[in-house]
Design a protein around this ligand. Structure first.
Ligand SMILES: [Zn+2]
Ligand SMILES: [Zn+2]
Length: 427
């Protein structure tokens, strides 16, 4: 039998862009940013600057050599592309050099090593890793969080679903309705709704009529629950989460508890229901609820209406013809259709989009911290989204306003041409 040993990894001394210095060891009682420490950082910065200058020189020389020696004209495009990458690298290096110069100036003025925001010491080790840092690690992280929040609440996956649903409605001459699923009020962040609306508008996705909110529809959901209760489909479940954790589906323990009881969740009996539907994109679907999910919760123990029930009631409105949404919701659909049928509501047609995944297969979602889209680059975001839907905006539309892109896309969009295969997200 062979055995393997894991190599011990040696910890890196400092995570620094350059390695040609010895970490500074302050003497006993040496004050922070003593003359010697200032000198230490000045040296690091100057060495770094020198390296960057040499790199810039190399880039310039390289570009001159290439330009002087014209290859086949067919290679010109490639060459120009390479040049533009090098130009960008050079630009980055120039900016860095400027920042280094500013930092050296600050050392000269003995205004170095303290956080610009809160005034505390940035610290020797952090400065050795980032000699141009002007903030302590806490203030820096806080700023980064704030900046993330400034970026819109939509990520590439939610924009994809919204755009496809919008184009489907517009290309069929239907209205496009917007609903905020805000039942789980504990998860609602102040201002989240207005941020979503702003972001949709920035991307040209203008909805029809008033915005619907699930939080304002509780009476409709309670009425649906009452109807299911009258039809003797509900029961009161007080199984603990712990008791159910190990089980794949709910085993029906409390099915006989038909009378209202305190501190219970409400579940709906699925019996031997079998739901079949044909998804507009994914194709025929079939699910035996008893085997796939079991009796499921329609009102939580804390009184909150379950998402499945609320969504079934809302989407079951006679005026809703099509629900186009993210592929991650496909496995909710059978439960929602089951409830719609039990409540004698109108079942709409469903289309579940391909899921946007990272190259490693992980789904893009809020949970996986998909980056928020910047409304300031709405046109570019939208063009990316259209390409993910298989639509390639013509060259004439490059840089066009969102409304123009959408109006073009409405003319060529065809939901039935969409594929259900995962789309790889590359940024
Ligand atoms: Zn600070
Ligand atoms: Zn139970």
């Amino acid at each position: 039998m062979a055995s393997t040993a894991r190599k011990k990894s040696t910890p890196k001394a400092v995570d620094s862009p350059f390695k040609n210095f010895t970490p500074y060891k302050p003497k006993k009682n040496e004050p922070y940013m003593s003359e010697a420490q200032m000198e230490h950082f000045r040296e690091i910065l100057q060495k770094w600057r020198q390296e960057l200058m040499e790199e810039v020189d190399r880039t310039v020389h390289h570009m001159r050599d290439e330009a002087a020696n014209f290859p086949d004209p067919a290679d010109r495009a490639t060459q120009e592309e390479e040049f533009s990458i090098e130009l960008r690298t050079r630009d980055r290096e120039r900016k860095l050099i400027k920042k280094i110069d500013q930092t050296i100036d600050r050392i000269d003025q003995e205004d170095f090593g303290y956080c610009d925001t809160c005034g505390i010491e940035i610290g020797l080790r952090r400065l050795e890793a980032r000699p141009t840092a002007t903030q302590c690690i806490d203030c820096k992280s806080l700023d980064e969080i704030k900046e993330k929040q400034l970026h819109g609440p939509l990520h590439a996956g939610s924009l994809l679903a919204a755009t496809a649903s919008y184009l489907d409605a517009r290309s069929r001459g239907d209205s496009w309705l917007l609903r905020i699923d805000d039942l789980d009020h504990f998860r609602i962040i102040e201002g989240a709704e207005s941020a979503i609306l702003r972001s949709l508008e920035a991307h040209g996705l203008q909805w029809d009529g008033p915005v619907l909110r699930q939080s304002e529809r509780i009476p409709a959901y309670e009425a649906a629950l009452a109807q299911l209760g009258e039809d003797d489909r509900l029961f009161y479940c007080n199984c603990s989460r712990k008791a159910l954790r190990e089980l794949p589906i709910y085993p029906g323990t409390c099915r006989s508890q038909r009378r209202p009881r305190e501190d219970c969740a409400l579940r709906v009996r699925v019996d031997d229901a079998e739901i079949a539907f044909t998804d507009l994109i994914v194709g025929p679907q079939q699910e035996r609820l008893g085997e796939a999910v079991g009796d499921f919760i329609v009102r939580r123990r804390d009184g909150l209406i379950a998402y499945q029930l609320a969504t079934a009631v809302d989407d079951g409105e006679a005026s809703i013809s099509r629900v186009i949404r993210g592929g991650d919701l496909l496995d909710n659909t059978a439960r929602q259709i089951f409830l719609m049928e039990a409540l004698q509501l109108t079942v709409p047609s469903y289309g579940h989009l391909a899921t946007l995944v990272y190259p490693d297969g992980a789904k893009l979602s809020k949970q996986s911290h998909a980056p928020g889209l910047d409304d300031a680059s709405a046109s570019a975001n939208l063009a990316d989204t259209l390409r993910r839907l298989g639509l390639n905006p013509p060259a004439g539309l490059s840089g066009a306003e969102p409304a123009e892109l959408l109006s073009w896309a409405t003319g060529v969009f065809d939901l039935s041409a969409l594929s259900a295969v995962d789309v790889i997200y590359r940024h």
